[in-house]
Design a protein around this ligand. Structure first.
Ligand SMILES: NC(=O)c1ccc[n+]([C@@H]2O[C@H](COP(=O)([O-])OP(=O)(O)OC[C@H]3O[C@@H](n4cnc5c(N)ncnc54)[C@H](OP(=O)(O)O)[C@@H]3O)[C@@H](O)[C@H]2O)c1
Length: 345
């Protein structure tokens, strides 16, 4: 068994609630010894952490789908790790696992947490550790259930997805193609748009930084929009609302353009398009589908294996870079799923 007695756990905690874009002073950096696992529990060494736009919301006070991170609490983060000490029959030393590890080098899980399924084993023969945070992980599941359950795509329909080169977006567009739809992405900049079309096989991609999204939609969605998978909200949502088909479905997955607002979010001006087109807009929270993840993971793993699904991750090393690395999401500097590497596998 690895000796943990003299091992230090470096952690990043929320020091105060940010106003607007988070800054380094919103975080505190702590270190404490790693305690041995309690009876029935395990200690996990963090290898990779998932950096997600939702983290910005978790820093705010107020009611949401999940409680805010408390002041001085270790920042919440999903991740992949390896079991380094075990007093549990469920996990052995050396097992690779996925769970809410937090922004820290070591995470402890008690018997009760393990009983609730807070840690799940991952099979590295099915996908790499970074793929387990991307298409086989939370973002992939969000894309899968958002598109399939809420969007209910039919062959021949046109699916538009914003944040197309990001974690959720890459899954949505590729899955739309697999299901026989026309997939049109919206992303920032020529490099991302080119990758989405040439590598991922989207039918087209609109560079929202290069010109009006409305013009791009007119050019690339000649038959209108049947499904819009919204990752960004704001003006892009408003533009897509003007191109809806009858009975269109809009999946409200996220609104990253609004997350650092210091003023209240403004609703879409063009929402009456829902009335005219008998369309609907519906939110999704991925955790609602947890019981069905294994089936969706198996389907996605098969697409990865047969080459119909590709995945791209953007890995940045060093837990200390967390405050700045997180901001890449809001600046569009991540290309693919943003992952923080805490330790070598
Ligand atoms: N509902 C759920 O259960 C659930 C689960 C996971 C994620 N989400 C949501 O899904 C969305 C995508 O998450 P992700 O993890 O896949 O992130 P991501 O797309 O990998 O990264 C965020 C991307 O958003 C784009 N962006 C940033 N600011 C923008 C702005 N002002 N206008 C337009 N685009 C902007 C950037 O791409 P460009 O360079 O293309 O601008 C950036 O790379 C987020 O809104 C997130 O909150 C929801």
């Amino acid at each position: 068994m690895t000796s943990l007695a003299s091992t230090t756990n470096h952690q990043i905690r929320l020091a105060r609630r940010p106003v607007g874009v988070p800054v380094r002073a919103d975080w505190s950096f702590t270190a404490e010894p790693v305690a041995p696992p309690e009876r029935g529990g395990v200690v996990v060494k963090t290898l990779l952490l998932s950096l997600d736009p939702a983290m910005r919301g978790w820093m705010n006070e107020g009611k949401s789908y999940i409680a805010p991170v408390a002041i001085d609490e270790v920042m919440r983060a999903g991740g992949i790790g390896v079991v380094v000490a075990s007093e549990s029959a469920k996990f052995a030393i050396g097992d690779h696992v996925s769970g809410a590890l937090g922004v820290q080098e070591y995470a402890s899980f008690g018997e009760r947490q393990l009983g609730r399924g807070e840690l799940v084993g991952i099979d590295l023969r099915v996908g790499s550790p970074t793929q387990w945070l991307n298409v086989l992980g939370m973002p992939g599941m969000t894309g899968y259930f958002g598109l399939m359950d809420v969007g209910q795509p039919k062959p021949g329909e046109t699916v538009v997805v914003s944040g197309a080169a990001g974690a959720v977006g890459q899954t949505v567009g590729q899955l739309a193609r697999i299901k026989g739809c026309r997939a049109v992405g919206i992303a920032g900049g020529p490099a991302k748009c080119e990758w989405v079309v040439k590598e991922l096989g989207f039918d087209a991609c609109i560079d929202y930084k290069a010109g009006p999204v409305k013009d791009g939609l007119k050019a690339h969605c000649p038959k209108g929009v049947d499904i819009y998978f919204d990752n960004v909200g704001g003006e892009i949502l408003d533009a897509v609302l003007t191109r809806l088909n009858r009975h269109a479905r809009i999946i409200i997955c996220g609104a990253i353009s609004q997350y650092n607002n210091t003023e209240p979010v403004r609703g879409p001006a063009n929402y009456l398009s829902l009335l005219v087109n008998r369309a609907r807009m519906e939110g999704i929270v991925v955790f609602d589908y947890a019981e069905r993840f294994p089936q969706a993971i198996a389907e996605m793993a098969a697409y990865l294996k047969d080459g119909r699904m590709k995945s791209r991750e953007d890995v940045v090393a060093g837990i200390d870079t967390f405050p700045e690395t997180l901001l890449k999401l809001f600046r569009g500097e991540n290309f693919g799923k943003l992952v923080l590497q805490v330790a070598q596998a």
